[in-house]
Write a protein that binds this ligand. Sequence first.
Ligand SMILES: [Zn+2]
Ligand SMILES: [Zn+2]
Length: 372
Amino acid sequence: MATTERDYYELLGVSRSASEAEIKKAFRGLARELHPDVSDAPDAQERFREVVEAYEVLSKSETRELYDRYGHAGLRGGGFQPGHFDFGSLSDLFAAFFGDDLLGGRAAGPARGADLLSTVEIELVDAAHGVTREVPFQVAVTCSHCDGDGAEPGSAVTRCPTCGGAGRLQQVSRSVFGEFVRSQTCPACAGSGRRIEKPCTTCNGAGRVLEERRFEVEIPAGIHDGQRIRLSGEGHAGLPGGRAGDLYIQVHVKPDPRFVREGDDVFSTVDLTMTQAALGAKVKIPTLDGDEELGFAAGTQPGEIFVLRGHGMPALQRLGRGDHRVLVNVLVPRHLNDEQRRLLGEFDAHADERTYRSDEGFFDKLKSAFLR
Ligand SMILES: [Zn+2]
Ligand SMILES: [Zn+2]
């Protein structure tokens, strides 16, 4: 089966920072709309396949992480095979049509912990070289007093009288596909099947407690403003047996007044005085790697652009760096005293057409030869 090269977030109509719940909701809406059994649109089958593939990738943190960092190429490198439905997405697909509890699939397993979002702000120069930051956050961890059980150690735990200890209540429903046995999480015990007589004194029966943590996060060189770094399994703890959620670090790159970033390239301007431009000058200009001295030839014109190849931002999903382009601005004197005015007048008296004529360079000559 051919794999799509379209952007997965675009296919699902969600932002790159969409939560797991938002992605699931978008997928369900699209699946309902595009399922070939339902839609008459000629491209429904193709679109349905693409949407399922996008969901396959974005609904799992490992593949989403690969895709976020390295795009389609990263998934191929990671051995991702589109179109191999696993049980999770299949049950989500059914859930899109029949609601959550069908197949008893996901809901029966121990609940996964919630995701966490923390933000960190860095300078553009740090984004250019990569930086390590300590990010503080509060996370729910398994209570060590009761081991996540929720019951005070040694206290009695009995079977839930509502579901008889099964944790689920069953009910038969009819649909276009025939009869289905639906099962539902028991509301009395929230699926645990147990009734706790004495809740744990440390966590009040929640099985989890909040803990202050700090995380050293390596922010990769070339990161863009608003991008998120995902740390799998570092989010809130799940119920006993369920895995922890993910921790997301959203990176805000502060604008630098000296540079304008455009993709992997940066732009800046340099002011030359009229005489520096006319006589030539060496001028220090700021770059992402620190100050650098640039030599400007005599006769440098306003609007000329100097390209510092490979001095831009590192490319996040490729090797190499963008360019740094320096735009020349020439300062013309605004306030002259009598002596300066006299000197410029004298200069002008000695200037002629040759003084301002441009010397065509080799490439200019080539260009004019072709364009004539
Ligand atoms: Zn406890
Ligand atoms: Zn129950």
